[in-house]
Structure formats: C-alpha cells, structure tokens
Design a protein around this ligand. Sequence first.
Ligand code: ZN
Length: 133
Amino acid sequence: MDLKTFKKLYKRFNQFPLSKQEWEAPEYEKYQEALHDDNDCGDWYLKQKIKEAGIHYKRFCCLSMAYRLVEDKLRNIEGNVDRIMTYNKGHKTFGIPIHDGGASYIKIAYCPWCGKDLSGYPVPVARCASGSV
Ligand SMILES: [Zn+2]
C-alpha cells in the first residue's frame, strides 16, 4: 500500500469508537496489514501517535522508544499495563515498569529496540528543535 492511501485510511480508521461496519470493511484489513508489514506506513503511524502525545521523537534514540513512551506520558502510571517503558525525569533514566501498583521500574542502559546507549537521551529540545518535529 502506498503511503498516501495509508494516510487516507488512517483518517478513516482512527476515529474511535470504530463501528462494526468499519472494522469489517476489506480496507480495514489492508490498513492493518500495511501498518504492521510496510515500514513506511508503520513508521508514519508511529510518528503520528508520538506527535499526538506531544513527544518530540527526534529527542529519542529511535521511533520505537519514543512510541513506547506515549503510554508513559498520556495515561495514569499506576496500574497501566500498556505502559512498557518509562522515563524518569528526576533521575534521567529509562526503565521497564514493574506493574506492582506503584511507580517502580527496572533501570535500563541500552534501548531494547535499537541497542543504543541511553545515557545521551533524551536529546535536549534545543538541539533537535531545528528538525521538523
Ligand atoms: Zn532505540
């Protein structure tokens, strides 16, 4: 699927709650396939979700990390099992949340998705502000 078509379908299928008629449409299956199997469509989707959350993805090592921080930023932290990555501003550390009802996490030094050393992230806003974030 080309990115232009994907963007149109994103607008159509990103309205929640989605009606049964919409998610049973043949285009919905194609949209889901493109989302998961096409890198351009998948990356564009992640960028949309990250931007909607008010996160500057260029501050992070990769799109995957920035996307996993959306749950950390948007929803309540305690008890949110969708939250699989956290960033602690006070300690400047990334970590894997422990879902014990509190805000505990296991500190990590390297990104689980791209393998980069996380000590240089997030990049200060000023250093990535020139980008089109
Ligand atoms: Zn990464």
